[in-house]
Design a protein around this ligand. Sequence first.
Ligand code: NDP
Ligand code: OXD
Length: 306
Amino acid sequence: MRISFCCTNTDPEPWLTGLRAALPLAEVSVWQPGVPAADYAVVWAPPQAFFDEQSQLKGVFNIGAGVDALMKLRLPPQAVVVRLEDAGMAVQMAEYVCQAVIRHFRDLNAYAEDARAGRWTFYKPRQRSDFPVGVMGLGVLGARVAQALQHFEFPVNGWSRSPKVLEGVHGFSGAAQFNDFLASSRMLVNLLPLTPDTTNILNRDTLGRLQPGGYVINVARGAHLVDDDLLALIHSGHLAGATLDVFRTEPLPPDHPFWQHPKVTITPHTSARTLRSESIAQIADKISAMQRGEPLSGIVNVGSGY
Ligand code: NDP
Ligand code: OXD
């Protein structure tokens, strides 16, 4: 069995070592034009030339949860596309989102600023019931985030394409219930995949439907958010601010207004990092299962784009 590794911005050596250790019978190598045909591919944002040449692949394993970069390419039609499921990302996402929610709810940015200025100031405690959190996307990551937020006793709403029942979460589904979901939420967490249906979904109209003093946490993809609409709604006072981990252009361009905005907190696409050893173990297990002809979870539905 041959495995071809084609991941942009990734040091291949530790991945090759890990994959060879987990699958000792496999020949694992970095893709270069002209290398022999492989059975499986391990990829992150590969070039189109990779699939044009490796058109016989049986399985394509994405070393991330989001497959939007892959979905823009022409893929071999017989290849099964598999994305990472959790692999250590869900707990990271839960801790990141909970800290962003709590930081806003508890006025911790204001306290940090006061401390730097030598001010011993108190802010009035807020009612948790006034801060319902809406989680967009109740998949592997969104469901874990919704569960973690409940530990801090925030009211939690969830929105997904198909109806989902999660204990303690007020569920909404489909386009028909989207406006009700937004109107029931003050803080909004985006954990949707980027697809044609969800591109620009965080815009002036949708964010304008959040409860006044709304707060946006985007940890999915930059192209979900219309940057200028977010800034306009913060400027108008309808939104209190945002925590953003993902951007239309990454790295965020130096002249982008998000860098200096006092009400926008940014991090460099780091809310849930791909963990190498967990990911290799998951991918190796799935390649072995495929070799044995067993069913797999985490298969991407290319028609729906996630
Ligand atoms: P999943 O595929 O497990 O979950 C996706 C969820 O979104 C599902 O609940 C799905 O609904 C819902 N959904 C999809 N399309 C729509 C739609 N049109 N309307 C309403 N709901 C919709 O994905 P994960 O939870 O594993 O990952 C989510 C995203 O998080 C990734 O696609 C990626 O972009 C991002 N991500 C970001 C990271 C970072 O570091 N910033 C790290 C990892 C991932 P249904 O349940 O009905 O299918
Ligand atoms: C992912 C990511 O999709 O890192 O896994 O953004």
